[in-house]
Write a new protein. Sequence first.
Length: 147
Amino acid sequence: MAGIHITDIEAAINFWRSKKPSPDGVTLAPELRALAEVYALLVFHHELEADERSMPRAAHEAWLAWYETQPDTPCIAICSTSQGDAVCKGCGRTEGEVQHWPEMTPAEKRASWRRLTQQGEAWRFNRYAERAREKVDEPAPPDTPPR
């Protein structure tokens, strides 16, 4: 199983901070407290990933709630693995990742997303970036013709 990267823990913390802000500037929501404990241990031990299997239940559930707000797949409907490529030109996933995506755990999917984002070589990050936009109502850049 893949680990949950510290940047995903940070993103989940920020998600919960905006969803359940502290009423007095000190008190944390239970989800934040659970994630903050995991984050603090990662920092203290100089670790980059939390083990998905041994993560405290409350922290894992809070992380999964954040995860559900993220796009599931990097697919932009241009799959070159179906044409024989070992790595999809559209999303950047390997043929194995494309085939096994439905069975992958959330942490495994996020590890793939992290790698793809860091590489930034797939068409979803350049040539076809408009296909990767999540919100349909998000305004298109000024030089892009309307759909």
